[in-house]
Design a protein around this ligand. Structure first.
Ligand SMILES: Cc1cc2nc3c(=O)[nH]c(=O)nc-3n(C[C@H](O)[C@H](O)[C@H](O)COP(=O)(O)OP(=O)(O)OC[C@H]3O[C@@H](n4cnc5c(N)ncnc54)[C@H](O)[C@@H]3O)c2cc1C
Length: 480
């Protein structure tokens, strides 16, 4: 019998689910309901930095849907879900019948409760429309680089900040907590990143609240709780995102921070699955359930949910929380369990260059890490992948644990000698590699044109700030 699948949401979670279902069940009927034309949010910073043309942002096309034999219903919101009847209602009142439904509705940016947050040239950076509006403001200015004020110094804010730094924008960041990137870096790494930003002219204001956004002539102004006022051309609100759980709530599904999803990405209704930013699914590090709201988790969720929907029972070990970020030329990354002072750690700090490495241990197993250093340091970039692999493999490293604790810079030998590559190869989600994402290149080869942003050198003003570090009672090694 033909199974009828309905997938709600055209982000990576929804699209990977659709492709997985089709790969496993050639007969299935698949309908994709998406309120936006599917595109990748993750590549928006490259669009803003003028490194890719807009056509590279889109992740679907009529030919792609036809090749997958998927019925796209785009530009339509799903408004109600009835798991018992197997029925999804759309905004125009029409209904779709399903045997299995996936909710992959993503998340939405949180609007801060600040006077003036709804004004002109104040917006989030979450959608393609937001990116296009930013490009208009930045390109539309005459007589100097655009001045952009970020409210919120988190992962997404800094991804966008980095893109605008490439265009030479004058940048300021306001953060309520005492450090930048509070959910990604510990205090010591954040202090190094802050000093790096200060040396590159980025104004950093931590431990303060933005109390009012206003206008002064052509300028936007942001007043802070310490009495400072910052003037700019554009205000970006980046204080975090919240899972889109309305549809699941209305359907009576179990919802905590996100839609609760089990180790098969099933929800509390047997015929409904949840994936991506909206789902609170298995966390590989804690064994609990967590909302990670990152692309790799959305892709994995989509594949596992799609396989289970297509009838191939697939257990998911869980996602690894990770963030990898270029902070204006400083590579910052964290993986797994790095928070808390009760864990055994081995720490390396650079004596003469900004370098920081903290490996976190549970006996002989590496469970978390923070790495930071110049983005052009090839050794660091290599180590990022290997440290992630060591954590993801979750294997006791035997004598190599002691070796790595003694010298946290010597990752490669431990990675190879402890058999990590072999352990990782066995960790494919579906026992098969990911299919090539051909639609991204629309049949053409990669764009060989030089990056236009490279023509625009950053012209940024100096506004040095000093960060405060926090000591660790742990192994510490200094490197040059
Ligand atoms: C600028 C930017 C940069 C980023 N960079 C990174 C990065 O470097 N690394 C990383 O890991 N992550 C990054 N992210 C986060 C990453 O993009 C998200 O984690 C990922 O898109 C989540 O995928 P998803 O499919 O769950 O949700 P989404 O991509 O948000 O897709 C969900 C879709 O469902 C639609 N939808 C919602 N409700 C309904 C409804 N009722 N009916 C129909 N459609 C609906 C939404 O409009 C949306 O189109 C970035 C995000 C942004 C905005």
């Amino acid at each position: 019998m033909t199974t009828r699948h309905v997938v709600v949401g055209g982000g990576p979670a929804g699209l990977f689910a659709v492709e997985t279902i089709r790969g496993l069940d050639p007969q299935a009927e698949i309908t994709l309901v998406a309120d936006e034309t599917p595109y990748s949010r993750m590549v928006l910073p490259y669009l803003m930095a003028r490194e890719i043309p807009e056509e590279h942002v889109y992740t679907g096309s009529a030919e792609h849907w036809a090749s997958l034999r998927v019925r796209p219903v785009t530009g339509q919101r799903a408004t109600a879900l009835d798991p018992r009847q197997g029925r999804l209602t759309l905004a125009d009142g029409s209904t779709l019948a399903f045997d299995r439904c996936l909710i992959a509705t993503g998340s939405s940016p949180i609007r801060p409760d600040i006077s003036g947050a709804g004004g002109a040239r104040v917006h989030n950076l979450w959608t393609l429309a937001d990116a296009q509006r930013t490009i208009e403001v930045v390109q539309g200015l005459r007589g100097g680089p655009a001045r952009v004020i970020f409210i919120g110094a988190g992962f997404i804010g800094f991804i966008v900040l980095n893109a605008l730094a490439k265009l030479g924008c004058v940048l300021s960041v306001v953060e309520l907590e005492d450090q930048i990137l509070p959910r990604m870096l510990d205090g010591e790494a954040a202090a190094l990143a802050r000093a790096w930003l200060g040396r590159r002219g980025v104004g950093v204001h931590t431990g303060v609240r933005a109390t009012e956004i206003g206008d002064a002539g052509p300028d936007k102004t942001v007043r802070l709780s310490d009495g400072t006022t910052i003037a700019g051309d554009l205000v970006v609100l980046a204080i975090g995102v919240r899972p889109n759980v309305d549809l699941a709530r209305q359907a009576g599904l179990r919802v905590d921070q996100g839609i609760l999803a089990d180790d098969h990405l099933g929800t509390s209704a047997p015929n409904v699955y949840a994936a991506g930013d909206c789902a609170q699914g298995p966390d590989v590090s804690t064994g609990g359930q967590a909302v990670h709201a990152i692309q790799p988790t959305a892709v994995e969720h989509g594949r596992v949910a799609g396989a289970n929907m297509a009838g191939r029972a697939t257990r998911y070990a869980g996602s690894l929380v990770m963030n990898i970020l270029d902070v204006v030329g400083l590579q910052c990354a964290s993986f797994g369990l790095w928070k808390g002072d009760d864990r055994e750690t081995s720490v390396v700090v650079g004596a003469r260059r900004p370098a920081y490495r903290k490996l976190c241990w549970d006996g002989e197993r590496m469970v978390g890490a923070i790495l930071l250093g110049p983005a052009d340091d090839v050794a660091l970039l290599n180590d990022l992948g290997m440290v992630k692999g060591l954590i993801q493999a979750r294997r006791p490293l035997g004598p190599w644990a002691a070796e790595l604790k003694r010298n946290p810079m010597d990752v490669r030998r431990a990675f190879v000698a402890a058999g990590t590559p072999g352990a990782l190869v066995g960790q494919t989600l579906l026992g098969q590699p990911l299919a090539e994402q051909r639609y991204r290149l629309t049949g053409r080869g990669p764009d060989r044109e030089p990056h236009r942003a490279a023509d625009v050198l950053p012209q940024i003003k100096l506004d040095p700030t000093r960060g405060k570090g926090r000591g660790h009672e742990a192994t510490r090694v200094a490197v040059d």
